[in-house]
Design a protein around this ligand. Structure first.
Ligand code: NAD
Length: 522
């Protein structure tokens, strides 16, 4: 079975519009470099969020399929870890080129299944591709350490792969987040079992095809499908040594605690409530443009979306201009030219987001711009929420406390920078934050005192490039951030150190008697 068997993933004629797919097929799974049709009895219907037309059926992988994925990865591991790092680097070079060659195809699958605009989907692919490009430098990154620790004795440290590892991905970045794992896990010599989001596995399926084309041997990357049942299998399967998870707190805290209790390494990036503090001395145009882009881009379904605006002092006067700019955004099908934001992922998500807007209204906030009930003419059946701005929000309100994950900006007023810092620090999430100011001193004070893992200074979405790491904080990351994604900590996550101490001494220098005391190195 070729992925092209599912029209949504076809190599030659992938969909570039929201037209109904007439010959809907099931999403294949991928084991031993083969695309296979699942024997599943349960399926998750995947609908185009712009139309709610059926795109594909995603199987809940059977026990036999999940076990087969593990066996395949276990079988592949000895030869893969023994493959020279230079050979793995060559595969990574080919893989990155193939991702570039298939950039539009990957982006189209994202727009169709996830709903974001085609231009934004291209960014989704690019940010993942950059991690893969970074992994092309794996020989340099894997270099160990050595020291002559005593006469004729030296200690060397090596980075070794863990074995079979797994990744569990969220729906909102169908290419970028699988690409936080695939390149680093495999280039370091591990075999990876990846479970894409059951809501949009298409990009991961295409990536698997490209990995095989790039020369990854069978079993090095396997893709399984499903929801909680597959996750439980991954958590409890002893052969899986580590889990990379990105998604909500509800799933991630469970996976982190049960996975850790089972003795696995778990890295888990979780939810967010990112604030932007806007100071009266900010460049108004830049600040407002940045906030509108970061609050409403991708329909607010980014873990680094700026969903909360803290207006310091007189910047509250800028609200009507902000609302005007948000109102002018075009909400439309992601394949439409000029669309600024697409639909949200599902009817349930739309209902939850609109429910949170309702709750704000009931709790006494003001709905300055109301996106409830919005529908673009051409796509009346999609999961639409127009850009929404809620003002006069107080910290006790539900719309402030919960991650909304939709095109909704909640706005609070404070009188000073200190008050802004206190408010932001009191929030339990700590993924990202941004400040808009022209003062270096203000920005520096903010940067030092703020408890968020990623700080933007006049930069709305400060997601670090792969030479750094994704460094959430507080409730936005499990385990106190001990294991970040990509960058140096990402490499550490997928490898374990082995330190070897050796003595090479000539026969005549060997001591005549046994030494029973601990050496004192004097
Ligand atoms: P989600 O937690 O619903 O799903 C993520 C994965 O977990 C999926 O593969 C899903 O199948 C699985 N899952 C869901 N519920 C489960 C359960 N009860 N038990 C076991 N497994 C379960 O998240 P989502 O809705 O796909 O993604 C959105 C969330 O992800 C938001 O909270 C967002 O902030 C977060 N996110 C965080 C980052 C980050 O780097 N911090 C990046 C992207 C998304």
């Amino acid at each position: 079975l070729h992925p092209a068997a599912a029209p949504a993933y076809a190599a030659e004629s992938y969909p570039t519009s929201h037209e109904k797919i007439s010959n809907v097929q099931d999403t294949p799974y991928f084991i031993d470099n083969k695309f296979l049709k699942s024997e599943a009895t349960q399926f998750i219907d995947l609908h185009d969020p712009a139309t709610n037309n059926l795109v594909t059926r995603v199987p809940q992988s059977t026990d036999a399929e999940l076990k087969a994925a593990v066996r395949s990865a276990q079988k592949a591991f000895p030869a893969w870890r023994a493959t020279s790092v230079m050979a793995r680097q060559q595969i990574m070079f080919k893989f990155t080129q193939l991702v570039r060659d298939n950039w539009d195809r990957l982006a189209a699958s994202i727009t169709l299944e996830q709903g974001k605009t085609f231009a934004d989907a291209k960014g989704d692919v690019l940010r993942g591709l950059q991690v893969a490009e970074g992994a092309c430098n794996i020989p340099q990154q894997m270099v160990g350490e050595v020291l002559e620790v005593a006469k004729d004795m030296e200690t060397r440290s090596y980075r070794e792969p863990l074995g079979v590892v797994a990744a569990i991905c969220p729906f909102n970045f169908p290419a970028m987040i699988p690409l936080w794992s695939i390149p680093i896990a495999t280039a370091t010599g591990n075999c990876l079992i990846l479970k894409p989001s059951e809501r949009d596995p298409g990009a991961a399926i295409i990536l698997a095809e490209l990995a095989e084309k790039a020369g990854m041997p069978p079993g090095v990357l396997n893709i399984v499908h499903g929801a909680a049942k597959t996750v439980d299998f991954i958590i409890d399967e002893p052969a899986i040594k580590a889990i990379s998870f990105v998604g909500s707190n509800r799933a991630g805290e469970y996976i982190f605690s049960r996975g850790s209790a089972n003795g696995k390494r778990v890295q888990a990036n979780l939810g967010a409530k990112n604030h932007a503090a806007i100071l009266p001395d900010a460049n108004k145009q830049h600040a407002l443009n940045s906030i509108v882009g970061a609050a409403f881009g991708a329909a607010g379904q980014r873990c680094m979306a700026l969903s909360t605006l803290v207006m310091v002092g007189e910047t509250k006067e800028w609200l009507s201009e902000l609302a005007g700019s948000a109102k002018s955004l075009e909400v439309n099908g992601g394949f439409e030219q000029g669309a600024d934001l697409g639909p949200v992922i599902s009817p349930q998500s739309k209902e939850r987001i609109e429910g949170l807007i309702d709750s704000a209204e009931k709790e006494g906030a003001t709905i300055l711009l109301d996106g409830r009930g919005f529908k673009p003419e051409k796509y009346p059946n999609g999961n639409w929420v127009g850009p929404t701005i809620i003002t006069n929000v107080k910290p006790h309100m539900k719309c402030y406390k919960e991650e909304i994950f939709g095109p909704v900006l909640v706005c609070l007023n404070v009188d000073s920078l200190d008050e802004a810092v206190d408010l932001i620090n009191a929030n339990e999430y700590g993924n990202g934050v941004a400040i808009f100011t022209k003062s270096g001193a203000t920005a520096t004070a903010f940067q030092k005192n703020i408890e968020a893992g990623q700080v933007g200074i006049n930069v709305p979405i400060p997601v670090p490039l792969p030479m750094f790491s994704f460094t959430g904080n507080k409730k936005s990351i499990a385990g106190g951030g001990a294991s970040y994604f990509y960058g140096k900590p990402g490499l550490q996550f997928y490898t374990q150190l082995k330190t070897v101490t050796s003595l090479w001494r000539s026969e005549d220098a060997i001591s005549k008697a046994a030494d029973v005391a601990m050496p004192t190195h004097s």
